[in-house]
Design a protein around this ligand. Sequence first.
Ligand code: IVH
Length: 680
Amino acid sequence: MNPVDRIQELTQQINHYNEQYYQNETSEISDQEFDFMLKELEELEAKHPELKLSDSPTHRVGGTITKDFATVEHTYPMLSLSNTYSEEELREWDERVKKGLLDAPYEYVCEIKFDGISLSMTYENGYLVRGVTRGDGTKGDDITANVKTIRSLPLKVINTETFEIRGEGFMPNTEFEKINAQLLEDGKATLANPRNAASGTFKMQDSSVVASRNLDCYVYQFLSESDTYKTHSESLEGLKSLGFNVSDSSRLVTNIDEAIAYIHEWDQKRHTLPCATDGIVIKVNSYAQREDLGFTSKSPRWAIAYKYKAENKSTKLLGVTYQVGRTGAVTPVAELKPVSLSMTTVRRATLHNADEMERLGLVIGDSVFVEKAGEIIPKITGVDHSQRQGELFPETIKFVTNCPACNTPLKRTEGEAAWYCPNEKTCPPQVSGRIEHFIQRKALDIDSLGQGKIEILIENGLVKDPADLYQLTYDKLLGLEKVHTDEVTGKSRKVSFKEKTVENILKGIESSKNQPFEMVLFGLGIRFVGQTTADKLASYFKNIDALSIATEEQLLQVPDVGGKVAQSIVAYFADEENVQMVAKLKAAGLQLETIERETVSEGNALEGLLLLYTGTFKNYARQELEDKIASNGGKLVSGVSKKLNYLIVGEGAGPSKLAKAEKLGVQMISEEEFEELLTS
Ligand code: IVH
């Protein structure tokens, strides 16, 4: 038989036996026969890699090595859920749903909120063709090879339309414990918790290691262009019959009381599930009703997450250490006697700042209460004074006076909680933190560099600020190396710069020159200038030169820029070294101005009018709305004043703007009314 036919035959047969084994728990052939067939297929595929089928069972054992994950745009954005810890707020949400649906009857589906990493899988012509991480919600990493190792995820289905499946990828608790036991035996650092272990594993480059970790995925959403299903509960049934792993824990209910009963029922029971959980999701069942309710800018109005309150335990305080962040802020960290909290072992907890430390009045050896906030970062919530032994008025731990990394005396600005290390330029964690901030996806997006590689560059004196990245050359990089220990997984690995690595780094740096001005501005890491502020500054000042000479008063004209932000920007550009760094970035060819769009005149309906908008809109992105105003002769202003003719109010409008407009009697209009203005 020729290899084409034999590969096809083996693929089909092995898939059939797998299905019998995993879904119907029957073995039609012996293990040995099965292994022989699999081996034959592996060998044939190795000889003819181009013949490997998309649903080959060998995908389950991995083998593909992905150097850099490609970034893929999501067809449907991956939104988040609004969440609450209170039953009262759930009832308020229910009232809003009822009102939004004009008192028509409705049902909810209650589901467990699984705590892993969200995944999006695309099927085309019946085959699983892509698996992507959530990323920033609009685009994520293509981790198809890794996703294909999930045995409960069908590689082939009978439905041939193009559709997407959303689900939560996770590491089963039993698998997590097994891996940790092995790591411990090997004398290696253990994995922190199942969630981090899953997210670390899904991002591994060698899919055969991923396969060995037996990841799993619960599926909870079906998306396609056709009306395959009318309700969510139907879609879950449909997914189940297509062979997907849909948790049996979901329940259809007819009112909020039943949903709350479900929450109570699963409060403890959820710990028996194979996956970490952090709450319950309540979703409107009917798709038509979901459409009526719509979305806010971030999340659907038809769903809400109820989060269980964090578990709280007491343990012994062994000491306090300090961490220095990118901006020099020093965070105290409590070192604790290990304690098990919500399935993970907690050894450290944040103490936030000096005030919090003082409030707690800690003494070494104290019994402290530890809680997991949002089940991720543990924190100390109090001291159990009844357990304190020894002196009546013992010496409490005092916040450090000097930087733990570079020994510079710390400073604190009046009114601020954090102590800062003022040695911005040479304090090691500040230098590396600034570069890590600069390269992140939301900024210059140089994903061929990471913490480990940056450490190497700094240690070799090649980089001390982001502009130095643009002076790197092939010869300077080739051959550099270091042993790096991953903070999350605790795994040590040698990072070394071989030809391909160097090429990728240089390629990443080169393409970062195309990142738009607002992302570069965010990447500079000016204190208090987050992504949204950077966007606003960029569209207001248009280029870095104008921004760098702006006075506090001018900066305060920019929407949402307050005194603290304005002062920080002025201080940044008053520093000659920063100015020089920016000049170097400019010389390197980075985008330091917004690309001017030509205003095409559409009409003069807004001639002579001053307009401002707040919130987000259904039919326009921010820039589109601004263009629309300009091309119809209107003028966009930066703040609410008496002179303002219209405030266009969108979803999630700023309450202070609304209040001011109300007070000054400025007319507020909706997106629809704005569109009517254009045609009037
Ligand atoms: S539905 C529009 N259902 O929670 C969002 N999400 O905060 C639709 N998650 O990114 C998501 N279990 O990773 C949904 N049963 C469940 C879930 C669930 C866990 C995660 C998911 C999502 C995040 C939203």
